[in-house]
Design a protein around this ligand. Structure first.
Ligand code: ADP
Length: 507
């Protein structure tokens, strides 16, 4: 097995279900690669453990190879073999676990949404820790993410620390409290956790169903550090309305719970070097941006007759959280206001996918609107570059990355004031906000008049004051959304937790 080099910084291992660009469903994938790169740049030794899905983009992994050793891990009362693979993704060392289990957990052509997700990811969490133990790794921090790997926290303290994998503090980040990973308490047994011991209100018992356990709750209760992805969302989830049933648990554990705004990977999202764009551009060359708008219109068959017609973009998972009814409304309102609309999105919810397919068909040959209902990384870059405005009318939004990416590409965000959007988009017409921070258009009420008001203000400025609009575009493109300051906050949390553990050991 690969042994870990010594490093003057901390040794941090992330265990996660996604990592951009090889295995990305949404923001979690971006966060894993962005945060890990930033931590590595600060001098820490960072490694990542992922499931070896069949649908990984293997061509983006360098030096990919299987290790000689096979790791046996426990599930359902038996030991199963796991092949371990290793490779480098954007300079980061990544281990992949390939279970040899008859259920073919990661051979489904899909990352999530399988009937046995609870089993798949509780298996993975245990196999990942087993690998760290058998590889003799001595991390300072094990950082797990979302319900899929929140099992790591109770598994670590109940099973792996007693076995000798005991150098680490556990950090758990919840990227979205809507997804909690609940199941009948008896299902915990499969990965070796003691259901009887853990199915208690102060441990893993689901707050609304006493015979169910909740993986995210386990992550919160059993981790040393608990974070979520923006300060506003951290406040919202401590309330009964926003906490998705976990507000009381989060309040009990509030001393170790904090919201840190995500950054974006400014190398991957850089209009000046972006290989997906027809023309690279920067804040001093908005002509380049205009050429990308022209190229997208041509490629999608939209009218190019009026250069000044504003293009509104939207790139999102089409789920209720994202305000799908407001997205639908914004398409029609944009056309009424004389704009063009491009949506790139796909939905795991069949009735929403069907509804948007219907709208997409209506606009199939339309001069000013196009809906592309799939996941398409390269097209997403082109849309960010081509858009003048970008809408994010989320009902709730833990952090949101698309507002930051759009600003970096000079597309002005029109966003609902919630969660991380409230921490990163500041209205140009709000006098209470110092002008240097004003960067977009916001609205509060999650209804049609709400989004109309922001959209109309944006159209007014775009049409009537080109000079101010371009100034705003240049200002947004120069905002620092890199991971530097957020990674520094994680670094500080890690260091404080490690120092506390060492002080306790000395006492
Ligand atoms: P969430 O994690 O809730 O999906 P975020 O705003 O945090 O939302 O992250 C969304 C990320 O996924 C962004 O990088 C965005 O560009 C990308 N994305 C969303 N939908 C698509 C799609 N259909 N095609 C390509 N990229 C997409």
């Amino acid at each position: 097995l690969i042994t870990s080099a010594t490093s003057p910084g901390l040794y941090v291992i992330h265990i996660a279900a996604e990592m951009a660009p090889v295995a990305k469903v949404g923001g979690l994938g971006d966060v894993i690669s962005g945060l890990c790169k930033a931590l590595q740049k600060k001098g820490h030794l960072v490694e990542i453990v992922l499931p070896k899905y069949d649908c990984i983009q293997y061509d983006r992994i360098r030096d990919f190879r299987a290790l000689d050793a096979v790791i046996e891990s426990y599930f359902d009362g038996q030991l199963f073999k796991n092949k371990i693979w290793v490779g480098t993704i954007e300079g980061l060392p990544v281990y992949f676990i390939e279970p040899h289990h008859p259920d073919k957990f990661f051979w489904r052509g899909n990352f999530y949404g399988e009937h046995d997700d609870f089993r798949r990811f509780s298996y993975f969490s245990r196999a990942a820790l087993e690998f760290l133990l058998q590889a003799g790794k001595k991390p300072d921090i094990i950082h797990c993410h979302d319900w899929q790997t929140a099992f790591v926290a109770p598994l670590y303290w109940d099973i792996y620390a007693p076995k000798g994998l005991n150098s680490a503090r556990i950090c758990f980040t919840c990227h979205n409290f809507e997804y909690q990973g609940t199941a009948a308490a008896s299902q915990l047994k499969s990965c070796g956790l003691d259901a009887h011991h853990l199915n208690r209100p102060d441990r893993m018992q689901d707050n609304s169903s006493h015979d169910r356990v909740n993986s995210v709750k386990g992550g919160v209760v059993f981790s040393n550090i608990v974070t979520t992805v923006s300060p506003t969302y951290a406040q919202e989830v401590r309330t009964a309305e926003g906490g998705q049933g976990l507000h009381s648990t989060l309040s009990t554990h509030s001393k170790k719970f904090i919201g840190i705004l995500n950054g974006i990977d400014t190398d991957a999202w850089n209009p000046a070097t972006d290989p997906f764009l027809e023309v690279q551009y920067n804040a001093n060359d908005l002509q380049g941006k205009a050429q990308n708008k022209e190229a997208l219109r041509r490629n999608l068959g939209l009218s190019s007759a009026d250069v000044r017609r504003p293009l509104v973009g939207c790139i999102t998972r089409l789920v209720p959280q994202k305000g799908v009814h407001l997205i639908r409304h914004a398409i029609y309102r944009t056309l009424e206001l004389g704009g063009q609309f491009v949506l790139l999105g796909s939905s795991p919810v069949p009735h929403i996918q069907r509804e948007f397919e219907g709208i997409a068909n209506n606009f199939q040959n339309h001069d000013h609107a196009r809906l592309i209902l799939k996941y398409d990384e390269s097209l997403s870059h082109v849309i960010y570059a081509a858009s003048d405005m970008f809408i994010i009318p989320s009902i709730f939004e833990p952090c949101g990355l698309t507002q930051m990416i759009s600003m970096r590409y000079g597309a002005i965000p029109i966003a609902r004031k919630t969660g991380g959007l409230n921490d990163s988009v500041f209205d140009v017409d709000d006098d209470t906000i110092p002008s240097q921070f004003q960067n977009g258009f916001t609205f509060l009420s999650a209804d049609e008049p709400g989004i109309n008001s922001a959209l109309e203000r944006a159209f007014n400025l775009f049409k009537n004051n080109t000079e101010s609009w371009q100034q705003l575009v240049r200002k947004d493109m120069n905002i620092d959304f890199s991971w530097d300051s957020s990674a520094a906050q994680y670094e500080e949390l890690y260091s404080m937790s490690v120092a506390r553990a060492r002080a306790t050991k000395r006492d």
